[in-house]
Design a protein. Structure first.
Length: 239
């Protein structure tokens, strides 16, 4: 009888302990609407967003990803300092100006005035030349001068352009052209000499290394004969 009581007391003690543990152990509530832990198994992390999503705040971009831009968005570009545009050598540039609104062009002109004063000797003709410098083209617009010659002399003046000379100074080729300016006078008389002049407007061209010049001749020689002339125009760069 005593053994039975002892067994029953032991069973009751174990049951009481079980009820006590169940009462204090946390249990999930039925219909709980709070946060739930979820295990993400994607690899690698972070998870890539697929489709369309809305992102707020700042977004950091690393590397050089490809971005597709649709539509015609407005891009604001503010200039700061001088903008440099790199073009390959020989690149063609298309200027879209119309004939009614042409591109302004400033021609780089270098004025030239060639002057000479020298006696006319016994040799006929007396020649004076100007050689066009390298990389330039000479445009002659005016030739003028005067001669102090014997009263009974007949003067002859030739203006030539774009001629060639060899290393010895002699003519190496015919010039592109020549004109004979009209001599007027006498404009004055000094003893047995007359002062005559010539004045000729023209448009003549001479390339680099070629020459322009004046050839003067008189039919009667005296010691005090002389010639002064000027050739005016401008130099332009050879393109």
């Amino acid at each position: 009888m005593r053994a039975m009581k002892k067994f029953v007391a032991t069973v009751l003690a174990i049951a009481s302990f079980g009820f006590a543990v169940a009462a204090i152990w946390p249990q999930p509530a039925s219909g709980d609407t709070g946060s739930t832990k979820v295990q993400v198994v994607n690899t690698p992390l972070p998870v890539s967003v697929q489709g369309t999503t809305v992102v707020s705040g700042n977004v950091g971009i690393t590397g050089t990803p490809n971005v597709n831009v649709t539509g015609m968005p407005t891009v604001s570009a503010a200039q700061s300092g001088i903008w440099n545009v790199g073009l390959a050598d020989g690149a063609a540039i298309n200027v879209g100006n119309t004939a009614s609104n042409p591109v302004p062009v400033l021609e780089a002109r270098e004025p030239v005035l060639i002057t000479e004063h020298a006696p006319l000797g016994a040799d006929c003709p007396a020649t004076f030349f100007y050689v066009v410098p390298a990389g330039r083209r000479l445009v002659v617009e005016h030739v003028s001068g005067r001669m102090n010659i014997p009263a009974d002399a007949t003067p002859t003046i030739d203006f030539i352009w774009n001629g060639s000379k060899d290393s010895t100074g002699t003519f190496a080729g015919a010039p592109s052209g020549f004109v004979v300016p009209q001599v007027v006078g006498p404009l004055g008389v000094s003893g047995d000499h007359n002062l005559v002049a010539f004045n000729h407007a023209t448009r003549a061209y001479a390339d680099a290394g070629k020459f322009v010049g004046v050839i003067a001749c008189i039919s009667t020689f005296q010691r005090t004969n002389d010639l002064s002339f000027s050739i005016s125009g401008y130099l332009t760069p050879l393109m």
